[in-house]
Design a protein around this ligand. Structure first.
Ligand code: UDP
Length: 385
């Protein structure tokens, strides 16, 4: 009998996401590989999701992400309504062997509250675990609810109660890693790329300042708050400043953006993104936070572009200093590392990605965790009260 997993992707975006969408992209990468391994997948998402699955269940016809711009008291029912739909499924059917949940905070709280008769749960933590201390610090899911991180460094920051529920970590993956070692070498340009949301934690201000100081061409790719195009931000006027990432960009990054040496190109997608990264000398991660998972890091390796980064969060787990990238604890040293990165072999990056960061590797790891989560939960349910 094949394993049936209810994979809860949440109410925010369809799967795959139409544009930016971290968790929904992970789900879209994982599900086809799980199904290839024989898992039956019931996807809890929104009605517009097009990812091929065995069954789609939804409460909302389409993604609710835009609602998150509204005040909390107007939007706090959305995730709850979605979770109530998931709970109804779990109460009314008996074919779900395990729930693999990806919904921040409310997914964990609701599925834990269901009590011992509900199916076992693996809740994947995609974010910074210093968040939600009241929830994570008091978690009690018994043997039935387990969590996993996306890096060891991320879990190390978690409160003890959350760590007590952990079955380990699974690094992120990218379809770009499939066959990456067999792809022909790309001609490298002179430019360096910072790929990610423009945000203080991602450190684009630092990257831009170092580029201006050291004189290397830098392309900043990624959205500023809800603005994906420079023209859209320019047209938005003063209201846009209500968004903290917009304020960060305008006050801390834009002064270094001269349109020549340092450029902000907005969000790049698809082949344009891949060409931009594959043709870069390095991808720079001037991080000021403990990056939990780093999809853009594994994408860069898969595209044969060494990583230059502050040695924070998951970076030392994903990047081998001196082989697939250059890492430093001293942010001021990043400019020197950009100058030195040419001595690394892009083929090493692609080989590493093909070996460690394919969707198949990720799915096999999750399948092993599903087994671990199911065994103690099943045994506990068979115990007489
Ligand atoms: N990304 C993109 N275009 C951009 C900037 C970012 O497609 O202009 C993608 C990037 O390739 C990666 C994701 O957005 O797949 C960012 O994920 P990551 O885990 O690096 O950062 P997060 O935003 O989740 O903290």
């Amino acid at each position: 009998m094949s394993l049936t997993v209810l994979l809860n992707a949440g109410p925010w975006l369809s799967v795959p996401p139409p544009g930016y969408g971290g968790i929904e992209n992970v789900v879209a990468t994982l599900v086809p590989e799980l199904r290839r391994l024989g898992v039956r997948v019931v996807l809890a998402s929104v009605g517009t999701s097009e990812l091929p699955v065995d069954e789609l269940v939804s409460v909302f016809p389409d993604g609710q992400f835009a609602a998150l711009q509204r005040p909390y008291n107007q939007v706090c029912g959305i995730a709850q309504a979605h979770l109530a739909g998931v709970v109804r499924q779990l109460h009314t059917r008996d074919d779900i062997d395990l729930v693999h949940d990806h919904v921040e905070a409310v997914g964990l709280a609701t599925l834990t509250a269901m009590g011992p008769d509900a199916p076992p749960v693996l809740h994947t933590l995609h974010w910074d675990l210093a968040k939600h201390p009241a929830l994570y610090g008091t978690l009690d899911g018994g043997d039935r609810v387990r969590v996993n991180g996306v890096s060891a460094a991320q879990l190390a920051r978690a409160p003890q109660a959350l760590r007590d529920h952990s079955v380990g970590h699974v690094h992120l993956a990218t379809p770009l890693a499939v066959g990456a070692d067999r792809r022909p070498r790309r001609e490298k340009g002179d430019h360096v790329v910072v790929l990610g949301r423009i945000n203080p934690g991602k450190g684009q201000d630092l990257g831009a300042r170092l580029a201006r100081q050291a004189g290397f061409p830098l392309v900043l790719a990624g959205p500023v708050g809800p603005y994906h195009r420079p023209e859209a931000l320019a047209a938005a006027g003063d209201d846009a400043r209500q968004n903290p990432d917009v304020r960060f960009f305008l006050d801390e990054v834009a002064p270094y953006v001269d349109g020549e040496l340092v450029r902000w190109v907005g969000t790049v997608a698809g082949q344009d993104r891949d060409d931009l990264v594959a043709g870069a000398r390095a991808t720079l991660f001037p991080l000021r936070w403990e990056e939990p998972g780093g999809t853009a890091v594994v994408e860069s390796l898969a595209l044969g572009t060494p990583v230059v980064a502050t040695a924070r969060g998951c970076l030392p787990e994903l990047v081998e200093h001196g082989r697939t990238g250059l890492l430093t604890a001293d942010e001021e040293e990043l400019g020197d590392l950009v100058a030195a990165v040419g001595r690394l072999d892009p083929d090493e990056c692609r080989r590493e990605a093909a070996a460690r960061f394919t969707p198949a590797v990720m799915a096999e790891r999750y399948l092993a965790l599903y087994d671990r989560v199911r065994q103690p939960a099943a045994a506990a349910r068979l115990q007489p009260a």
